[in-house]
Design a protein around this ligand. Structure first.
Ligand code: UD1
Length: 420
């Protein structure tokens, strides 16, 4: 296993290009199961999670070649309807092969993904949606068996205790595109990655309206064909580099970015005093003065993303004053708090709130990554800290950030990889 070692205190300067969005590419690759015709997906980030999804597609009967950011998916043999525990348990997003398998074959057997370090993460909303489409669901031996003799459009409400669900919306939408008649998903997730999936499905011949709003309408079709698509830029990676510029008092130009996907983050950072300017397809982030504390509550899109909560917390640890960060999507997503405190941060957790008392500087320490975004938060803290920080278990980071250390090195960071 590798760890990342960071010598903090360098201001990051220069240009960085954001990769394709992890949370868009995973369901879009799953959607290729809806057709036997070839599909070409461009702008694909080379991530551990992308490669897991390609393995799953191969296990389900596809050929999937990945070369220089382009994935070509073709049919190798008859589609297999069983998604194995070994693959699904390593990545929650693999559960979203259930929808396309059900749409195409009217049956699927997919392992339940299980919990993870950021919380229980149930799939009840996915199953509720499939049942509404006339699917019989049984759970046996850790697998979901889904059979639909007559997959039929229906009206359904997919809001849960924490609001809408991104992957449940994706999953059910992928089944409904090949159902008979009209489906209406109420309380659908509005995330840009759901929109990207809907746009890919439309290129395949699906009839979908209202995507990007809480009410999605799908008119089922009989057949979907192959399509070509380019993945949207990763707004979470972009957000991480925006914070990297601010936490190191640097000046970074971020390319391949969709400004409109980052509204909540930019608004909060401007409130804190950050200087963010927009040019065509890129943005420049500068830290001209010390920031002031801000309060943040994570919410479904267009609210503040939970996937940037750990990173903004790192920024607030070195922003003198009190900030309150409230997590409303995953109330237990605070594994990074204890690690940041090991670096000298003053953070107190009270239920879904983290109260951060910002100090002048952190001091480097050995810390451990517990999940993908927590790892990013710790790397950012290391960039700002005095002395050496080592972040172990960086395989988490590799799940969702393409070439993170190389991109940071190019911006002037002193960061390198060592064996643990
Ligand atoms: C997606 C993202 C993840 C992000 C999350 C929230 C992908 C691959 N991952 O995960 O990076 O952190 O959205 O923006 O796109 N819930 C239920 N029942 C369900 C499903 C979800 O109660 O059946 C709850 C979850 O526990 C959570 C909330 O709903 O509290 C939102 O989760 P959801 O949007 O489903 O997250 P994912 O789609 O798994």
């Amino acid at each position: 296993m590798d760890k990342l070692v960071i010598e903090g205190g360098k201001s990051l300067r220069g240009e960085v290009t954001v990769s394709g969005a992890k949370n868009a590419v995973l369901p879009i690759l799953a959607a290729t199961l809806l057709t036997e015709e070839p599909c070409v997906i461009k702008g694909v980030p080379n991530l551990r999670d992308t490669n897991t999804m390609l393995k799953i597609l191969r296990s389900l009967g596809k050929n999937a070649e990945f070369d220089k950011g382009t994935v070509r998916v073709t049919q190798a043999k008859e589609t297999n309807f069983v998604a194995d525990y070994k693959l699904v348990s390593t990545m929650r997003a693999s559960f979203c092969v259930l929808g396309p398998l059900l749409g195409k074959l009217k049956k699927a057997k997919v392992s339940l993904p299980g919990g993870c370090v950021i919380g229980v993460r149930p799939v009840d909303l996915h199953l509720k949606g499939f049942k509404a489409l006339g699917t019989e669901i049984t759970i046996e031996g850790g697998y979901v068996n889904a059979v639909a003799k007559n997959l039929k459009g229906n009206r359904m409400y997919l809001g849960g205790a924490y609001g809408s669900s991104v992957l449940a919306t994706d999953n059910v939408m992928m089944a409904a595109v090949l159902a008979k008649g009209k489906t209406i998903i109420e309380s659908a997730a509005c995330e840009p990655e759901v929109v990207d999936l809907a746009e890919f499905l439309i290129k395949m011949g699906a009839k979908i309206k209202g995507y990007g709003t809480p009410i999605i309408e799908i008119e089922g079709v009989k057949y979907l064909h192959g399509a070509e698509h380019r993945i949207i830029p990763d707004r979470i990676e972009a957000g991480t580099f925006i914070i990297a510029a601010l936490i190191t008092r640097g000046d970074i130009t971020i390319k391949n970015v969709m400004f409109q996907h980052l509204g909540a983050l930019i608004d909060k950072l401007e409130e804190a005093g950050a200087h963010i300017s927009r040019t065509d397809g890129s943005m420049r982030v500068r830290s001209r003065k010390r920031l002031t504390p801000i309060n943040i509550t994570t919410l479904p899109y267009p609210g503040f993303p939970t996937d940037i909560q750990a990173q903004i917390m790192s920024l607030m640890t070195v922003t003198p004053g009190i900030s309150v960060i409230t997590e409303k999507i995953y109330p237990d997503r605070f594994m990074h708090v204890a690690e940041l405190n090991r670096m000298g941060a003053h953070i107190q957790r009270e239920g879904p709130h983290a109260i951060v008392e910002g100090i002048k500087h952190l001091s480097g320490a050995p810390v451990m990554a517990s999940d993908l975004r927590a790892s990013a938060g710790l790397v950012l803290a290391g960039l700002a800290a005095k002395g050496l920080t080592s972040v172990s278990r960086i395989y988490h980071l590799e799940r969702g950030y393409e070439n993170m250390e190389m991109k940071l090195q190019a911006l002037g960071a002193k960061i390198w990889r060592e064996k643990e």
